[in-house]
Design a protein around this ligand. Structure first.
Ligand code: NAD
Ligand code: 6OH
Length: 491
């Protein structure tokens, strides 16, 4: 790790409307060249306590008395505030993650604003069920439910789409009238902190949005999840971390929503639109350097087009521009950290040991510049692995896939479903009936047909098995982030 500029700034915690320094600091590293871009102030137990106390207090203040219409208007102000500072958010996200500036400008930052607008609209229009009930004495009762906030929500997020995934949870939590304490990934603390400034400018009362920085176990993450005054925990990250958090929250029986890892499959039938499928799969494998939970790492291709498909995908992979995230034409930036690169490279080695044929990649690129200090790997394609091999079973979370042939639809479905994960799948075919039939057999939370990562924020989003618990998105988010009180009136 190299030091960057001598005036490295410090990213602070945000508690009760004030930026607060903790006792210890850790480094925020730019993955593109290994420089330290900031020091981050770590929240200890007492700062996490302060944040939760501030969030609890804010529930009893002006925020708790706001009408739904006023809350929705504030969310729209936040969206506008993000857009007004779009360049700052893009710059911060690019420096923290190493993702290409074009991607952050097209995906991460606009989606953050869209998240707030979507939940402002939804909370303004969402209804709840009502039932007219016949009573035993032949009269009537009316049942209806009202929505109340859960209280203080703890939000823990990963580093791959930091602002997008944070706002995906903060927006519905605030829409439902909760207050939040967020713990962004230690790798990507900047945009959650910048969002605090937007919250303040938008007029969000102090204590409604709090940010604590730090790590997981024995640090801010664990302090937050085990806090007795946190009413619910929503988490996106690795399945193993989800399991650890579940143990921690079990003691106080908090509701949890978990969006976890995946080992997603794509099935490409011979009747697909070939060019469309190659482009779609290349995006599904390599977007964000393969660091999207929805990325496809297992590609099953019908035998009749297998060889041609592998050649075409190889051509796409070799045409990707791997380089500086700041170049507008860069397709692929680095991985998030040196540790994550070690993990991905260990799978590149393992694939060879397990008998893979390396179609392309399998190593690290050389630039002959400062980028050689960055955490880059080559886009990589394997064939020839056994379905039982670790590289086909375990989430790698890099720009890599294994492509295998299949002969029948049933075989493709069985192979795609043969995983402990179950987040997303994509199916590529021009046969509409087959598209529906196969999609409905996928044991996942999200299936795309002839597309990938095409999002409508009203739809249920989540996974089965090791990929998570619960669904967020649209009304599903509102239902997680609120308590329903059913009222039965004898009339
Ligand atoms: P991670 O689980 O290592 O960390 C995520 C967050 O949890 C971080 O903020 C971390 O500090 C915190 N944390 C770690 N241990 C903790 C503990 N014991 N208690 C409380 N907090 C703790 O995940 P990551 O490496 O940052 O992200 C990559 C993973 O996230 C991949 O597995 C990916 O598939 C998954 N992911 C899933 C989705 C989804 O929607 N399903 C979306 C994005 C990423
Ligand atoms: C995982 O890396 C991507 C998750 C995407 C979303 O949660 C979303 O709402 O698009």
């Amino acid at each position: 790790m190299r030091r960057g500029s001598p005036e490295v700034k410090c990213i602070l915690n945000y508690i009760d409307g004030r930026f607060v320094r903790g006792k210890r600091e850790f480094a925020d590293v730019n993955p593109a060249d290994g420089t330290v871009i900031a020091q981050v102030s770590e929240a200890d137990q007492s700062l996490v306590d302060d944040a939760v106390r501030a969030a609890r207090k804010a529930l009893r203040g002006d925020w708790g008395r706001l009408s739904v219409r006023d809350r929705a208007n504030l969310l729209r102000q936040i969206a506008a505030g993000i857009e007004a500072r779009s360049d700052c958010f893009v710059a911060a996200e690019v420096a923290d993650t190493g993702k290409p500036v074009a991607l952050a400008s097209r995906l991460d930052v606009p989606r953050a604003a869209a998240n707030f607008r979507a939940f402002a609209d939804l909370i303004s229009t969402a209804g709840l069920e009502a039932f007219q009930t016949e009573t035993p004495d032949g009269k009537n009762a009316l049942n209806y439910a009202v929505r109340k906030p859960l209280g203080v929500v703890g939000i823990i997020t990963p580093w791959n789409l930091p602002l997008l995934l944070l706002t995906w949870k903060v927006a519905p939590a605030l829409a439902c009238g909760n207050t939040v304490v967020v713990k962004p990934s230690e790798e990507t603390p900047a945009t959650a902190t910048l969002l605090a400034e937007v919250m303040h400018e938008a007029g969000i009362p102090d204590g409604v949005y709090n940010v604590v920085h730090g790590f997981g176990a024995d640090s801010a993450g664990e302090f937050l999840t085990q806090h007795p005054d946190v009413n619910a925990v929503t988490f996106t990250g690795e399945s193993q971390t989800g399991a650890a958090i579940m143990k921690t929250v079990a003691a106080s029986v908090k509701p949890v929503s978990f969006e976890l890892g995946g080992k997603n499959a794509a099935i490409v039938f011979a009747d697909c639109d070939f060019e469309d499928a190659v482009n779609g799969i290349a995006e599904a494998v390599f977007l964000n350097t393969g660091q999207v939970c929805l990325c496809a790492e297992r590609i099953y291709v019908e035998r009749a087009i297998f060889d041609g498909f592998v050649d075409a995908l190889k051509c796409k992979a070799e045409g990707l521009r791997v380089g500086s995230p700041l170049e507008k034409t860069t397709d692929l930036g680095p991985l998030i950290s040196v540790q994550h690169r070690d993990k991905v490279l260990s799978y590149y080695r393992l694939a060879r040991e397990e008998g893979a044929t390396v179609v392309t990649g399998g190593g690290t690129p050389e630039f002959g510049s400062a980028l050689d200090q960055g955490f880059y790997v080559q886009p990589t394609i394997y064939t020839g692995l056994q379905e039982s091999s670790r590289c086909v079973k375990e989430e790698i979370f890099g720009p890599v896939c294994h492509v295998a042939p299949f002969d029948t639809e049933e075989e493709a479905v069985n192979k795609a479903n043969d995983t402990k994960y179950g987040l997303a799948a994509s199916i590529w075919t021009t046969n509409l009936k087959r598209g529906h039939r196969v999609a409905q057999q996928m044991n996942v939370g999200i299936t795309w047909v002839n597309c990938w990562f095409l999002r409508d924020l009203r739809t249920p989003f989540g996974g089965v098995g090791l990929s998570g618990i619960g669904r967020e998105g649209g009304i599903h988010s509102l239902n997680f982030y609120s308590e329903l009180n059913n009222i039965c009136i004898r009339v």
